[in-house]
Write a protein that binds this ligand. Structure first.
Ligand SMILES: [Zn+2]
Ligand SMILES: [Zn+2]
Length: 295
């Protein structure tokens, strides 16, 4: 199993020369397991992933089966879907999953296709066959177990039906696991405690770290973690590798590199294996697992 980042940015895209290393596209993460196409969120990063599949559809006449898991339906996690090329082919079957009810999922995604923001009629009238699945427990995709857990995305007191957000855990037959927590405020809470338990001892932990400590003070309750909060969670989880993501749009490559160096010098994180997510980068779960057991 491997994990590939197609989009690492939170809130809005930020494609600039100064963000070329860590990436400017909004959230999209691919979980590579055998030859399955498994994706978490369809931020703008999914458009580049779609382009790589175009040849397989046109050249090889492949009938693609694509699984997309939605953490939630904020704009930066769905906006790339109308620009994902496989959706224009009737040879494509797309399975869309969320712990939200199917009608809520349809309502949230259909906004992108109902003529308001694009020249279409509806999601269900696109050429690809679309199947919506409400997750009520774990699912299995070709031997890969997928589970979910609620996160704290600033939804206290807000409309829980529309604002709920979730983390996903992928576990393969060798018991190697990846946990993806894209939008979560890791302040002390029963939700955070449950999340730590859910992710405990995973091999790769992907964790929201949108804010610096200074920024976090101004954004408490907004549903995102500071880098220190994310790394404190990673310490408790004892992940093999922690990949910090959902970078603030204004954070350029140099800022992230400086921040990384500063964090590496902090005594409390000195035994932690972590880095900031880079677009187009692939992490091998088996390699991380091997390194962890050797250390
Ligand atoms: Zn987000
Ligand atoms: Zn969000």
């Amino acid at each position: 199993m491997r994990v590939k980042f197609w989009g690492t940015r939170g809130m809005i895209s930020s494609p600039r020369l100064e963000t070329a290393i860590f990436g400017g596209n909004t959230t999209c993460i691919q979980v590579l397991h055998k030859d399955n196409l498994i994706i978490v969120d369809s931020g703008f990063g999914i458009t580049n992933l779609g382009d790589t599949l175009f040849d397989r559809i046109i050249g090889n006449k492949e009938k693609l089966k694509i699984h997309i898991f939605f953490t939630h339906f904020h704009w930066d996690h769905i906006q790339g879907l109308p620009f994902f090329k496989p959706i224009y082919f009737d040879s494509t079957t797309m399975h869309l999953y969320s712990p939200a009810k199917s009608d809520i999922m349809l309502e949230n995604l259909n906004v992108l296709f109902d003529g308001s923001y694009s020249p279409f009629e509806s999601l269900m009238s696109m050429q690809a066959k679309i199947n919506l699945h409400q997750l009520t427990g774990q699912v299995d995709i070709d031997g890969l177990k997928v589970e979910f857990q609620a996160v704290d995305h600033g939804n206290d007191g807000a409309n829980i039906v529309y604002n709920e957000a979730f983390a996903f855990k992928f576990t393969n037959e060798e018991d190697a696991s990846v946990v993806i927590i894209t939008d979560h405020e890791a302040k002390p809470s029963h939700v955070n405690n449950a999340l730590i338990k859910f992710a405990k001892n995973c091999d790769i932990l992907v964790h929201d770290a949108q804010y610096t400590e200074t920024e976090y003070i101004q954004h408490m309750g907004w549903g995102h973690s500071s880098v220190n909060q994310a790394l404190a969670n990673a310490t408790k989880i004892d992940a093999g590798l922690t990949v910090l993501t959902h970078h603030a749009p204004n954070r350029n490559d140099r800022d992230l590199q400086t921040l990384h160096r500063t964090l590496l010098m902090m005594k409390k994180f000195k035994n932690l294996n972590f880095e900031f997510a880079r677009e187009d980068t692939v992490y091998d779960v088996a390699k991380v697992k091997k390194e962890k057991s050797a250390s």
